[in-house]
Every structure is written in C-alpha cells, then in structure tokens.
Design a protein around this ligand. Sequence first.
Ligand SMILES: Nc1nc2c(ncn2[C@@H]2O[C@H](COP(=O)(O)OP(=O)(O)OP(=O)(O)O)[C@@H](O)[C@H]2O)c(=O)[nH]1
Length: 338
Amino acid sequence: MTKQKTTPIYILSGFLGSGKTTLLQQLVSHWQAQGLLPAVIMNEVGDVNLDGLLVQEQVPMTEMLSGCICCSIRGDLSMEIAGLIEREDPDVIVVEATGIANPMEILDGVTEAALYLKIDLKGVITVVDSAHLLELYQQQKGKTFRLMQEQIRTASCLILNKTDLVSPENKQLLGTVVSQWNAYASVLPAVRCDVDLSAVLEALEAENPAGNNSGAFSIPEDGLEQNAAEHHHPAHDHTHHHTHDHVMVYTHYLNGPVDSGEFENFIAKLPREVYRAKGVLTFSDTASRFLFQYAFREPDFLRITPQGNVPDVVVFIGEHFSRSELEEGMRVLEQREQ
Ligand SMILES: Nc1nc2c(ncn2[C@@H]2O[C@H](COP(=O)(O)OP(=O)(O)OP(=O)(O)O)[C@@H](O)[C@H]2O)c(=O)[nH]1
C-alpha cells in the first residue's frame, strides 16, 4: 500500500425516510466549503438509486443496490471503500446505509476494511423521524420499533429530526426517551436536519479522541445484547434471522405520464403497511418531472431535471403489503392517460 493518508469515514444510519439524504446533502456542502472532496457510498433497498439524484454530480459516489449493506452485500462494503479510495482519493467518505440496515453490521463491514486500509471510522450519525418514533414508542412493539431502537443505541450522535411534526411536549418526551436508550450520544433536535454540523462533527471527535479505528461507540451492553441476540450474527451466517426480514419492496416502472391529482389521491390511500415510497414521475398535467417522496404518510414532490437516462419509476417499501394491489392501482393511473 502506497497511500499514507488516512480517510475519515462516517456512517449515516436511521430508519427509512428519517432524513439521511437530507443530512448527507448538508454534510457534502459543508466539506466542499472547506475545500475537501467528500465521497459517498449509497445503499438502497430497491434496484434504483433515487437518492443519488439529490447528490451533486461532482461528488464521487458508489451505489450498492438491491439489498441491504448489512447482510446480502455486506462483504462488498469493504471492497467498495477500497475501490473508492483507490479511484477518487477522497478526503472523507460517508456511508449512507439503507434505512433497514442494522448499524452494527455496517460497523463490522467498515472495521473489516480498516484491517487493510488507512481509514478512521469517526462514528455513526443516526437520524430519527420524530413522528414515526413517537408512534412506535406509544405502541412499544414491533420489529421496526426494535430496529429503530437499535439504530439509536448504536449512534455516536443523534439527530432527532422532523420535530415540526410533533408537539413541543412530545419533542421533549422523545429527547428524554432517546437519551435513556443512549446516554452517550449527543442529541440534536432538528427540522430538515438543520443542525450545526461543526457541533456534530466535533461531538464525534470527542467520542473518538484517539482518532483510531477502534472508535468509542456508545453501545450499552445490556439493552443491545437483549435485542441483538435475535439477529446479530457471525460474519458470514446469512441464514440467521434479521430484524428487517419482514421488509418488502415493490418497484413499478411506469409506461408513461400520469395525472398528478390522481397520483396524489392514490398515494393518500396507500395502505399503512407501505411506510416509504419514492420515485421519479412525469405528470401529464405539468411540464416538469418530479422526484416523489413519501415518508411515514407525508408526501413530498420536488421538481427535477435528472441527468442522463432516468426512467419513470416508483419504489414502494413496507411490510406485508399486497404488491398486486399496488400494481393494479398504478396500472389504472397509467391506463387513464392512454
Ligand atoms: N416534515 C419534515 N419532512 C422532512 C424533514 N426532513 C426531511 N423531510 C422529508 O422526508 C422525506 C425523506 O427524507 P430523506 O432525507 O430522503 O430520508 P432518508 O432517510 O434518506 O430516506 P431513505 O433513503 O429512504 O432511507 C423527504 O421528503 C424530505 O423532504 C423534516 O424535518 N420535517
């Protein structure tokens, strides 16, 4: 190995739709403003990387699609890191994991890379959707609740995002709850992940003062062990149960434009089991194309002009929903336009 430079690596964790890409964009701009070259490894559950559309073109990016970093393609993570360093020589790398990834497994993957590469794992930044966490906390059960809890426990820094969607009392309650689950991480409430990034990065430095690869991760022995027993598995045991075995994806490629109002109606009626959707759409009644987002029952449309050949597609993510019902619904929208 010829390179002497040590590349810092940050892991972005957080459940589907919590705001990881929103934070990623800010981190990238922050580093660029300092004259640094950040690179990104993105991992998506579906087979299209729509989040990539939100990252500036000049940022080197590798995509790991169709799976979750933490299991099926986890072995590749260290290869991806090595490849990215070799090709781009970035000053800093961010790994944005799928929302269903168990951060422990990603830590494993990055640590594996640290065995043969000069990298410095700075820690895990976990983004939390406050409204979603509040609902799960009130129910106190379910696999998603346990996964979110685990993502919170593994964090070195926690961003309690989307506080605009909860009352001030509940915002306070959530702050207390997450601090109880993870007493080590700094907790920063935010809207659209608008936080003082210097404070976030400094908090991670403080966590990991030696600047070495061992990292001082805030993983409380007790709580995590209990949960982890169920799905934390040895490096290559893919038969073991995962917290996210229940998550399913339906990718629908559209054969043409659809009416925006009808699409919005369709989205408003999505079954609760679909908790995340995103896509690129052409509407028959508007001139531009849109990046569509749906996170925990909140739809969002962003006007975009994608570079290159991006198909019209919608990816639905959730648990135990009927794929055929969604397909049928989308077909109806398409047919109306023909
Ligand atoms: N109301 C509200 N919406 C937000 C906030 N932060 C982000 N969003 C919206 O939530 C949606 C999901 O945000 P992303 O940043 O794409 O979330 P993500 O964690 O990268 O999503 P996945 O990649 O699917 O896991 C987008 O429509 C955002 O515009 C917030 O603080 N409040």
